[in-house]
Write a protein that binds this ligand. Structure first.
Ligand SMILES: CC(C)(COP(=O)(O)OP(=O)(O)OC[C@H]1O[C@@H](n2cnc3c(N)ncnc32)[C@H](O)[C@@H]1OP(=O)(O)O)[C@@H](O)C(=O)NCCC(=O)NCCS
Length: 171
C-alpha cells in the first residue's frame, strides 16, 4: 500500500514547533482515542499544551496524527507520559523517531535523563524502550488500578542530546 512519508514532526510551540495548526489537538485526541479509549480528554490535552513543563511531539500523515509522545520536564528529567503509534503504522520507526526528537528537545531544556513507567505485561513497549537505551531500574507493585505492577525504566541523555559543550544546541 502506498504511504506518504512522515517527514513532519509537529510539537507544542515551546518545543520548537511552529505552533498548533487548527485541528491539531483534535487529531491528537483521535489518535489517542483509537489506541487507548478514555485515556485522555481534550481538556487534559489543552492543559499539557499550555504547561511550561509540557513536552509534546507527534507526526501526521496529511491531516491524520499517526504517532504521538507526551511528556513533562520535572527538574532535570523528561517523564514520558504517553507514546502511541497508530496500529496500521507500527514497526516503521515512528516511535523511535519521536523519542529521538523528545530527547533532543528535553536535553536543550536542561534534562539529563528520561524516565517512564509501563505495565509489566507491555513487552512490546519494553522492547522499544530497550532498543533506544532504556534499562529497567525498578518496579512499582500494584501501580495500576487493576493491580498490575509498573516497571520503571530510565535512560541517560548523551552529550549530543544535552547540547554541545558550550551549551549550543545542534538542532
Ligand atoms: C509501543 C509502540 C509505541 C511502538 O511504536 P512503533 O512506532 O511501532 O515502534 P518503532 O517502529 O519505532 O519500533 C522501534 C523498535 O521497538 C521494538 N518493537 C516495536 N514494536 C515491536 C513489536 N511488536 N515486537 C517486538 N519489538 C518491537 C523493535 O526493537 C523496533 O525496532 P525494529 O522494528 O527495527 O525491530 C506501539 O506498539 C504502540 O502504540 N503500542 C500501544 C501503546 C503503548 O503500549 N505505548 C507505550 C506505553 S508507555
Amino acid at each position: 500500500m502506498h504511504r506518504e512519508p512522515f517527514d513532519l514532526i509537529e510539537g507544542w510551540p515551546d518545543n520548537g514547533g511552529e505552533g498548533l495548526r487548527p485541528g491539531d489537538l483534535d487529531r491528537l485526541l483521535a489518535l489517542l482515542e483509537s489506541i487507548q479509549p478514555g485515556s485522555w480528554s481534550m481538556d487534559q490535552l489543552r492543559n499539557e499544551r499550555s504547561r511550561s513543563d509540557g513536552l509534546g511531539v507527534w507526526t501526521c500523515r496529511g491531516k491524520v496524527a499517526v504517532a504521538a509522545l507526551l511528556g513533562r520536564i520535572i527538574v532535570d528529567e523528561l517523564h514520558i507520559l504517553e507514546l502511541v503509534t497508530a496500529i496500521a503504522d507500527r514497526r516503521q520507526g515512528l516511535a523511535k523517531r519521536l523519542l529521538a526528537r523528545a530527547f533532543m528537545l528535553a536535553g536543550r531544556r536542561g534534562c539529563s535523563r528520561a524516565l517512564l513507567e509501563l505495565r509489566a505485561s507491555n513487552h512490546v513497549a519494553q522492547r522499544l524502550y530497550e532498543s533506544v537505551g532504556f534499562v529497567v531500574v525498578g518496579a512499582r507493585p500494584r501501580y495500576y488500578g487493576d493491580g498490575e505492577a509498573a516497571l520503571l525504566m530510565t535512560r541517560p541523555f548523551d552529550e549530543v542530546e544535552r547540547g554541545t559543550p558550550d551549551g549550543e544546541s545542534i538542532l
